[in-house]
Design a binder for this molecule. Sequence first.
Ligand SMILES: [Ca+2]
Length: 404
Amino acid sequence: MSLHPPVTLSAVVLALTGALIASPAVADRFASEPDSASSTSVPARSTVPGMHAMPATPEPKVETLASGLVHPWSIAFLPDGRELVAERAGRLRILDDGTLSPPVSGVPPVLAESQGGLFDVVLHPDFDTNGWLYLSFAHGTSGRNATRLVRARLDGDALVELEPLFTAEPWKATPVHFGGRVAFLLDGTLLLTLGDGFDYREEAQRLDNHFGKIVRLHDDGRVPEDNPFVATPNARPEIWSYGHRNPQGLAVVQVGRPGAGTVYAHEHGPAGGDEINRIEPGGNYGWPIATRGRDYSGAAISPFEEFPGTRAPLVDWTPSIAPAGLAIASGSSFAALDGELLVAALKSRELRRVRLDAAGRSVGQAVLLSGEGRLRDVRSAPDGSLRVLTDSPNGRVLRLSPAP
Ligand SMILES: [Ca+2]
């Protein structure tokens, strides 16, 4: 018997894992994932679920502000009117009056494979005075990676003073289901969404890891003392909510709005079971115990669509639309949309409006935009217009405003 059997076993497992991940057969394993580039599924409109009667959708005016972006993932608005666009390939660009800058220097290396890459770019609420911007991305290799959050300052065309703030643990061996959305709460702390890594879904129900979680941090990465599980033995203290699959939409109702501070997130189900949830501290959002989704094989994941102790979604989309970005309409120019959730969808290739009642139930859905391909993100711009990012190797930034 070897003196070091664990080392030998680990080496074998690592080698096998690496070989498996690199093989086309296993890459195809993720082909049904709506976030994978190989996905080309376009359902007929009649199969799109969840549509209810709504007041007539205003026909927006659509302008293309930029094109030629490689899978743009998020956009942020600088105080001087310029916009920052994150491309999944690992580049940050400045959009200035219709002109895209060369890539900003100083962006950390990202794992730009499969679903990995540069994800969110979000400004600190006090960006005007402190200059911090936050980036989330896939860090590592296809066989050993994690979602990471950093902050840095923008100095001209460079990121400086880069500070790593958080890296999800443990590392995973799948290049998919990273989560990666970031949003600040009204108290100045921030939330970061983390996916279940696809192969680790049971871990979403355990508190000793970061798979399938939303975590909450101070703006400098410290753990807030009032996080819900700081006193729970063996729990990761960063956890804010758990039981998520792959949350790629996150939005907070802003000050002065009804329900200020309310947090909404959406997440990809497997085949079916896409959800919008209202996120509350300590909440268990059910995955994979409670879901309406099924495995891509058609096999049941769980016999339970609801389960005691888990939060039911506000909205379930079965079949899936593949929600990938979320904004809350401010109404400052799209008065008809005021307060609605706006969802960018990959698979159904649409920007969807979701109207909620005071109890948070979906009382109406409608399509605001379609025909532009897979949509990755939607944001409310300071002037009340919307930005929509198309998910493509030749991705675009669209500006939506009410037609005159
Ligand atoms: Ca759920």
